[in-house]
Design a protein around this ligand. Structure first.
Ligand code: IDP
Ligand code: MG
Length: 163
């Protein structure tokens, strides 16, 4: 990989998959010119959820979060591009759909609040996960993909990025 580029992990969560939003979500990332370098559909279990969401396991909302991420398959992918971690988080929008601005994935495709989800004891269904920073991105990519599943290939965008 070009050292000036970053890789980030994205999941279309079970609610996004069940709502038929896989194409919509992937399309947004393709249109900004990010390169999909790995992709798979996988139905994770509680043990895997505890690894992916290690930082949240002790929190009150964790049981609802685990129930949500294990309720169906997710589509996992690695996206590569210039400052891709920050760019993807911007496109994803803030965690709480109620606060996520229109134009972001969470703002356009979900609406619930923390207050509602916590009253019900359910995870906030916000369509998508994206790595928060470089440390998380590295850890998450290693957790979700084997090195051999991450591909290097040329896209038309490379012409504009590299020259
Ligand atoms: P992020 O997905 O924007 O990085 P995190 O704080 O890392 O947000 O939380 C992970 C996921 O856990 C969120 O995307 C959301 O689905 C869920 N979540 C976060 N906070 C709450 C909460 O207070 N109640 C219920 N679910 C939550
Ligand atoms: Mg997070």
């Amino acid at each position: 990989m070009n050292e000036d580029l970053q890789r980030t992990l994205v999941l279309v969560k079970p609610d996004g998959v069940q709502r038929g939003l896989i194409g919509e979500v992937i399309g947004r990332f393709e249109k900004v010119g990010l390169k999909i370098v790995a992709m798979r559909m996988v139905w994770v279990d509680g043990e895997f959820s505890k690894k992916h969401y290690a930082e949240h396991v002790e929190k009150a909302f964790y049981p609802g979060l685990e129930a949500m991420i294990t309720m169906g398959p997710v589509v996992s992918m690695v996206l590569e591009g210039v400052d891709s971690i920050e760019l993807v988080r911007k496109m994803v929008g803030s965690t709480e759909p109620k606060s996520a601005p229109p134009g972001t994935i969470r703002g356009d495709f979900a609406h619930v609040s923390y207050g509602y989800a916590n009253k019900k004891g359910i995870g906030v269904k916000n369509v998508i996960h994206a790595s928060a920073n470089e440390t998380d991105a590295k850890k998450e990519i290693e957790l979700w993909f084997d090195k051999s599943e991450i591909h290097s290939y040329t896209t038309v965008h490379d012409v504009h990025i590299l020259n």
